[in-house]
Design a protein around this ligand. Structure first.
Ligand SMILES: [Zn+2]
Length: 637
């Protein structure tokens, strides 16, 4: 088979290029890398030039792993690790993974396991033979992070095999072509919000970009991407690339595995964990509502197992003619703009996913620099002519004023929020303003999945903005672990909160479509001292939107019975906390992108917004700008 020919030529290059002292026992593919198993790996790692030259020659990433025969006995190695690593690092767990020759060290302070310029890490490698991989123990214990890590350890054999298969597929010998072309098919999320999915095709490869669901769709026809279009065939799929963990971008991925897909999913590590959380929650909600599940639960785990995590800026081969790089999108933790380098300098495409072109309390502003760029697909959520949002500082001031006024009159502030993104944004703002004395001291209760999502944020501080990282790493002050935050962990605690004194409550769901926020609303609505504050988008048809429109009597269910709740509490809408760019920011983003793309496509917005944004982009930049419809195929080259 052609693949074996490729491997044979790599083996030849290894023989020619590397010194014999390394004692290479095996050469194999592993994801986008070529792995060399060596009996004397330090002979290679100490002299990095040989490896660099080999990588250049075979044009692939080269990974050196120890041959299983030279690995130290785990028990002995464990002892050694505790000897070498300073006690202050706070090691909480050590796992050995023989398939990858890795020892996974979980610690409270990963930096201390790594040491200055990696000194401690190198020492570990030399002494125990295993490759040390350091992970942060979340300062807030996280069930999800724990489950994902356990799952990856347990499925090591399987993942090893998956990566071999992926590698073989990436480095297959390209087939015969009849000309060069690049096309994108729109499977969902074009001229609409929800079920985002695009299918990138070249003569050689096929990649699915996002695979979301529309949670607001009442029926299954409009809820899922159109994977039944004739151009789609699961067997052809080289990979799935996920921009971020919101369900409208990743909710349908497990379905692919349910249908028999066995290939990889590429995303950042925080996206993998957040996605795992949101997938479980999605099925739980469907179950509670008595709706049919689109896929059995076990395919959530299948998805996580098949994730190949990528950090921002890491260039990776994902198909014979496609290299993928993820860049910060500024939208939620781990969100990415995905950049595809197609062919050998043939074409470059970037897809923004959801995008925030402004530094937020949590994240840096979206990246604008790409090595090359011919086409850009951009989101358009707030791309309409009137979609101008207030400045973040003004929005924050407004929120703080509402909080102060409410607390001063002995009321409670109820903030419905999505568990991932808005909730943490509000948390950091409130913590900051409370610690500076701008707002009165009060407890902030977190209900629903917010606590778990926050715990995942504390696992990946590297993905937060510079200011937060500086606070956490150098000033030892992590806003998320502040004393002011309390978890509502049971119905009893919830009852105490509702019956207790003035406080702030942040709870899911963000649009008052279900979740614990409903119980708070039912209990707090009649008291005029309380405030309800919307900080996120309220979709048409949601209870949140109805209250915004001024409904004073709201029908709600209590113990299965319909009741009418009088809305006496004050209701406020604070725009400006959004994780999306408003119209000006979107246009500004494209103005700032380097290099300037020739073609622009608008997606992920109501029909009028996609069209209006495309038209404004054309007028502003004179670049070809279009708002494709769902179920089209458009040609890039
Ligand atoms: Zn999103």
């Amino acid at each position: 088979m052609a693949v074996d020919d490729n491997l044979t030529s790599i083996k030849d290059a290894v023989k020619k290029k590397l010194s014999l002292t390394a004692l290479i026992t095996k050469v194999d593919f592993q994801g986008s890398g070529v792995v060399l198993y060596a009996k004397n790996p330090s002979a290679l790692t100490q002299n990095g030039d040989e490896i660099k030259e080999l990588a250049k020659l075979i044009r692939k990433r080269v990974i050196v792993r120890p041959d299983p025969s030279v690995l130290m006995d785990p028990e002995k190695a464990s002892k050694k690790i505790y000897e070498i690593v300073p006690e202050d690092a706070g090691i909480t767990d050590i796992h050995f993974d023989p398939n990858f020759g890795e020892v996974i060290i979980e610690a409270n302070k990963p930096g201390m396991v790594i040491g200055k310029s990696g000194k401690t890490l190198n020492e570990l490698k030399l002494q125990v033979g295993w490759i040390p991989k350091v992970m942060r123990t979340p300062p807030i214990p996280s069930k999800i992070v724990d489950s994902v890590r356990q799952l990856l350890i347990k499925s090591s054999d399987e993942r090893h095999e998956i990566l071999r298969k992926v590698g073989k597929r990436i480095y297959r010998t390209p087939g015969r072509r009849n000309g060069e072309w690049i096309r994108v098919s729109s499977f969902g999320g074009f001229r609409e919000v929800g079920r985002s999915s695009s299918y990138l095709q070249t003569p050689e490869s096929k990649v699915l970009i996002d695979c979301g669901i529309n949670v607001a769709a009442g029926d299954n026809v409009n809820a899922f991407p159109a994977l039944n279009l004739p151009e789609f065939n699961l067997q052809d799929l080289d990979g799935v690339v996920i921009t971020h963990a919101h369900l409208d971008h990743c909710g349908f991925v497990p379905y692919l595995y349910y249908m028999g897909y066995e290939g990889p999913v590429y995303c950042t590590p925080p996206t993998r964990d957040l996605m795992f959380l949101l997938h479980w929650d999605y099925l739980d909600v469907m179950d509670k509502e008595g709706r049919e599940l689109p896929y059995p639960r076990k395919f959530i785990k299948e998805t996580a197992k098949h994730v190949i995590p990528l950090e921002y800026g890491e260039v990776t081969d994902i198909a014979p003619d496609i290299k993928l790089t993820m860049h910060n999108a500024g939208h939620i933790l781990g969100s990415s703009i995905v950049h595809f380098h197609i062919g050998d300098g043939l074409y470059n495409l970037a897809y923004t996913g959801d995008l925030k072109f402004e530094r937020s309390r949590l994240l840096e502003s979206a990246s604008v620099r790409f090595p090359r760029l011919e086409a850009l697909v951009t989101e358009s959520t707030y791309g309409g002519r009137k979609d101008i949002q207030p400045r973040r500082v003004d929005a924050e001031k407004m929120l703080m004023d509402i909080i102060n006024e409410t607390l001063n009159r002995d009321g409670k502030v109820l903030i419905p929020a999505f568990s991932v993104g808005r909730a943490q944004e509000v948390m950091v703002a409130v913590e900051d303003q409370m610690s500076k004395g701008v707002i009165k001291e009060a407890r902030v209760y977190l209900d629903g999945m917010i606590w778990e999502a926050t715990a995942i944020h504390t696992t990946y501080p590297e993905y937060l903005n510079r200011e937060l990282r500086d606070q956490i790493f150098h000033k030892g002050k992590n806003p998320f672990t502040s004393e002011i935050f309390r978890r509502v962990s049971s119905p009893e605690v919830r009852k105490e909160v509702m019956e207790g004194g003035p406080c702030i409550i942040i709870s899911t769901s963000g649009m008052l479509t279900g979740g614990p926020v409903m119980e708070y609303l039912r209990n707090l609505a009649s008291d005029e001292r309380n405030s309800l504050v919307f900080v996120g988008y309220q979709a048409e048809g949601s209870l949140g939107r109805r209250i915004q429109k001024g409904w004073k009597e709201i029908p709600m269910s209590e113990n299965g019975k319909q009741v009418i709740v009088e809305m006496n509490m004050q209701s406020h809408t604070v725009d400006g906390f959004s994780g999306h760019s408003d119209r000006n920011q979107l246009i500004n983003y494209i103005r700032n992108i380097k290099p300037k793309p020739d073609k622009l496509f608008t997606v992920h917005g109501e029909e009028s917004k996609c069209i209006e944004l495309a038209s404004s982009l054309y007028k502003t930049f004179r670049s070809e700008s279009r708002a494709p419809q769902n179920f089209e195929t458009f040609r890039l080259k």
